[in-house]
Design a protein around this ligand. Structure first.
Ligand SMILES: Cc1cc2nc3c(=O)[nH]c(=O)nc-3n(C[C@H](O)[C@H](O)[C@H](O)COP(=O)(O)O)c2cc1C
Length: 295
């Protein structure tokens, strides 16, 4: 196997770059990119991604990342981490989605979900794609055993909290349909920065997933988004909002203002292309502006 060819991040970047945009100037106005989600208002549909262990990137990295999202008026996502760390993140004022790992121990999962609810998170969820290790077994993350979840187990998690539950790592219409059935409040289309080689790029998977979901729950995406233009393509194709992780990580050492400024710059670029394509707000997005290169 050619490792470079197989790399899902590279395939995803190439797919994003293969999507082209037509302009629509006549009757266009300036654009508004604010987002309504779960009864709250955000300044942008650009969200942070569910990262973890950012202390390895910058001292206090997890808090800086959250503070950056809060300062940009963006919805913040967070991955694996301690109860204390989550409490610190929420204390920045960032409206936070906590993504819990598919731990083997379901009681621990429910404890984590309830803690996130009590801590004031706007939503919770699970990265279902972290169940296997790719070598024929279940995954083990920093010594903690994982296990794949059944639809019944996921439904139980959904019902264990009174805040929205989002399933992260959905890449197929069949998983998407199951998410709707179990009462999930949203889906994140994500290959988890290349959990498998040769993954379908999220924006290639998106149309089939949207068809399966049929407007019943919002569909978010992540993986490889680096600009307002990238975000625009996802929104035009029907995503509700886009998470950005690794692109923001190098800014953590410069502090939360640098993170916030980059999110705001990308949002400005997004609005810039919205008005050039006749899109005045997020509810007017139109997939027919997107063309796919033939090569
Ligand atoms: C350092 C790091 C830590 C991550 N930790 C988690 C995690 O704990 N939970 C999770 O669901 N995803 C985790 N992710 C995956 C991200 O949420 C995201 O799906 C992935 O990085 C793709 O987005 P990006 O290309 O914008 O980084 C992590 C990614 C990175 C780079």
């Amino acid at each position: 196997m050619d490792l470079l060819t197989a790399n899902s991040d590279r395939i995803t970047r190439n797919y994003l770059d293969s999507l082209l945009i037509e302009t629509r100037y006549i009757d266009s106005t300036l654009a508004d990119s604010h987002m309504e989600l779960f009864g709250e208002r955000f300044d942008t549909p650009i969200m942070t991604a569910a990262l973890s262990h950012l202390g390895n990137t910058a001292p206090d990295g997890m808090k800086i990342y959250a503070d950056g999202a809060a300062k940009a008026g963006a919805l913040h996502w967070v991955g694996m981490g301690s109860y204390e760390e989550l409490e610190e993140i929420v204390s920045t004022g960032a409206r936070t989605v906590k993504i819990v790992k598919p731990l083997e121990n379901n009681d621990e999962i429910i404890k984590e979900l309830k803690h996130a609810e009590d801590a004031g998170c706007i939503a919770v969820g699970m990265d279902i794609d972290h169940a296997f290790d790719g070598k024929g077994g279940y995954d083990n993350v920093f010594g903690i055993p994982m296990k794949a979840k059944t639809a019944k187990e996921l439904k139980n998690f959904v019902e264990s909290v009174n805040i929205p539950f989002i399933v992260k790592g959905v890449m197929s219409p069949s998983d998407a349909a199951k998410c709707v059935e179990i009462g999930a409040a949203g889906i994140q289309v994500s290959h988890h920065h290349g959990m498998i080689d040769y993954s379908v790029p999220p924006l290639m998977a998106l149309p089939g997933i949207l068809q399966a979901v049929d407007g019943r729950i919002p569909v978010f995406v992540d993986c490889g988004f680096e600009s307002g233009m990238d975000v625009y393509k996802a929104l035009a194709l029907g995503a509700k909002a886009v998470s950005i992780g690794r692109h923001l990580m190098p800014l953590l050492k410069d502090g939360s203002d640098a993170v916030a400024d980059r999110i705001k710059d990308m949002d400005a670029e997004l609005r810039g292309i919205m008005c050039r394509t006749g899109i005045s707000d997020l509810s007017s997005m139109d997939p027919s502006v997107i063309h796919k290169t033939l090569y």
